[in-house]
Design a protein around this ligand. Structure first.
Ligand SMILES: Cc1cc2nc3c(=O)[nH]c(=O)nc-3n(C[C@H](O)[C@H](O)[C@H](O)COP(=O)(O)OP(=O)(O)OC[C@H]3O[C@@H](n4cnc5c(N)ncnc54)[C@H](O)[C@@H]3O)c2cc1C
Length: 269
């Protein structure tokens, strides 16, 4: 366990924002999304994460969560796992509209546009709830200002886990305000590992074999023009890192922008 996911020690009430749940969507037995009100003073960059939680026995219980809504939105959205025995999510999955959740005051993280050097294409590769930061960035007009093509991949075990598919396939390209800038640039590439689907397999295998580029009609990864953001489980990130660095990719950060940036979608205990 690292600091970001550890249950926080009791802090005075002023350390967190108390926001109200405005929307809850249960996708499957193990995945759900929710939105909360947003304090007008709460600022973040699309792609960042923040501590989110509940008060349990009078103490705040918090975990790191990518903010799934874009920075311009007046509500905060989160895409969450339900871990049966998980200290937070065994409780968080029961929230209802009108309930209060705690939100940390200091969003942070590496999945921000300023961590990348300029490029032509942006690939955002996500597995499981690692889709969350792309839900934020893909709804942020700045992404389309900076890149000619934007490719979001989502790798899951089962087709039912491909949540937000309609957002990428129809709602965003047809959006009244964003549609005009999004439609010509955004590509969505869902892949499933444990049942038949139009695109099957792990994202690492699809990159290594070149299948993803064949399917999308794009050239293989080139560090001169292709930038990447990665978010997923620890093992897929480790494999992607090896794969990218073998192709000459250099990891970036805010202090030193590079060819790719990554963030863990969760920590294994
Ligand atoms: C930077 C960062 C950003 C994160 N963003 C999100 C997010 O947007 N949405 C989200 O659901 N979680 C996210 N997490 C994970 C989150 O912090 C919690 O681990 C999760 O909410 C479960 O909390 P818990 O107390 O119920 O169980 P924990 O005790 O925290 O976790 C129990 C076990 O469940 C598994 N697990 C935890 N989270 C996930 C997950 N997301 N996907 C698959 N397996 C998991 C791990 O094996 C973990 O050891 C993020 C973690 C980090 C470090």
């Amino acid at each position: 366990m690292t600091d970001v996911t550890a249950a926080a020690p009791a802090k005075k009430a002023g350390a967190f924002l108390h926001e109200t749940v405005t929307w809850v969507q249960h996708w499957t037995d193990s995945l759900f999304s929710f939105r909360t009100t947003r304090d007008p003073a709460f600022r973040f960059q699309s792609g960042q994460f923040v501590m989110v939680g509940l008060e349990v026995d009078g103490k705040p219980l918090l975990r790191a969560y990518s903010i799934a809504s874009p920075s311009w939105h007046d509500e905060l959205e989160f895409y969450s796992i339900k871990v049966e025995s998980g200290p937070l999510t065994s409780r968080l999955q029961k929230i209802q509209v009108g309930d209060q959740v705690l939100i940390g005051k200091k969003p942070t993280g590496t999945l921000v546009l300023d961590g990348l050097k300029p490029g032509k294409r942006l690939y955002m590769l996500g597995t499981g709830t690692g889709l969350a930061p792309w839900l934020s960035l893909a709804r942020d007009p700045e992404v389309y200002d900076r890149f000619d093509e934007v490719i979001v991949t989502h790798t899951v075990r089962n087709v039912a886990d491909l949540n937000y598919r309609e957002l990428f396939e129809t709602e965003l390209p047809q959006d009244e305000i964003l549609g005009e800038i999004v439609a010509p640039k955004l590509r969505y590439y869902p892949t499933v590992t444990r049942e038949p689907f139009k695109h099957q397999g792990r994202i690492t295998d699809l990159i290594a074999s070149g299948k993803i580029f064949e399917d999308l009609g794009l050239p293989p990864l080139d560090p001169a023009v292709d930038r990447l953001m990665l978010c997923g489980g620890p093992s897929v990130l480790a494999d992607l890192k090896v794969l990218l660095e073998a192709r000459g990719y250099v990891e970036g950060s805010l202090a030193s922008p590079g060819d790719y940036v990554l963030e863990r979608a969760f920590v294994e205990t």
